[in-house]
Design a protein around this ligand. Sequence first.
Ligand code: SF4
Length: 406
Amino acid sequence: MYKIQTSKLMKEIMGNYFLGMKEPSKKIAWCTSVGPAELLRSFGFEVHFPENHGALLGATRTANDLIPESAILGYSNDICSYLTADIGSYLTGQTPLKEHYGLNGPPKPDIIVYNTNQCREVQDWFSYFARELNCPVFGINPPRHVTEVTKEEIEDVSAQFKALIPLCEKVSGLKFDIDRFREVLKLSKEATDLWKQVLWTATKSPAPISFFDATIHMGPIVVLRGTQIAKDYYITLLKELTENVEKGIGFLEKEKSRIYWDGMPIWGKLRSLSDLFINNNSAVVASTYCNSWVFDAFDERNPFESSAQAYTEIFINRSEEAKQSILTQLVHDFRIDGMIFHDAKTCANNSNSRFGMPQRIQETLGIPTMVIEGDLCDLRFYSEGQSITKIETFIEQIESSGVYSH
Ligand code: SF4
């Protein structure tokens, strides 16, 4: 059975990351997953990402017990299930971090920073904890749903990044050091370039990494970007995957179809979905989600402007027009035969099926598309039996439609 050997190293790295939060020697910053992590790291903060905890609650299927708890505070079960699961975890003291790493919960923050480039939900979520934990909070509010980011918008976001500096100085007790910021951004850029190369190995057939594998291997680029550890990790992973491509080894011996997954993962069903596609000889080789941590624009020579651009031009923050053009390019690059749009009930922000995108892709690119209803964490919105039938029928449809050409 195909196995990515570097997975062992990833477990070790992620374990050390969480264990390092147990009795932290550094001050702790909480940050949104596509927030200004590099700037925070330049002040010596260790960075915790509440969305990462949300994903863990989903993957371990503890989220469903916790989501109803946050309703007590008035958080609807229809809003972001990362938010409701994470707040539920805080209210009940239940977290998989306990069993896996001996932590009683996420580390207590010294500063909380969010960026609404992905959604307004993070503002409510992070502000709740700021009130609850009596912690200073800072929000970056960039323009939303941009087609291309303009010079004026970069200046605006860049100014917001700079406005965070006095608070970071106060909390960390350190003066801002632009050279340190440049160093961290350079490391982040190197890691993100490597992460992109890792993902792009799947343009080859047979692909050496699937979307489902990538959701696991993305851990370091999310939580450790800006560190040497993340960079070294992706050097090792890329080496293994490149060697597998050269040897003609992939997670499927023979790919009968190649699929793009749009939207969020269904964390609690990663394994069963991965097996379902593999058993049908269908390779899910690319995704919007894993590509979200590819930041082409980072440039340490212009650290503020390039960070502002990179974090504002992320896929989730683009107009429908820009998203369609990005998806079209990816369909070509990865030689995609069909697209699955995950309509995540509690995340409209990262569900791209609601305004006719699947139909437009189908019409313009001539590949079949389908929509699967589910959620990132809340499995009450996912019907397994129905989804299996839909996916298997979709794969048959691709194979019989003649678009398949590998
Ligand atoms: S983008 Fe979606 S899943 Fe992520 S924090 Fe916002 S609402 Fe939640």
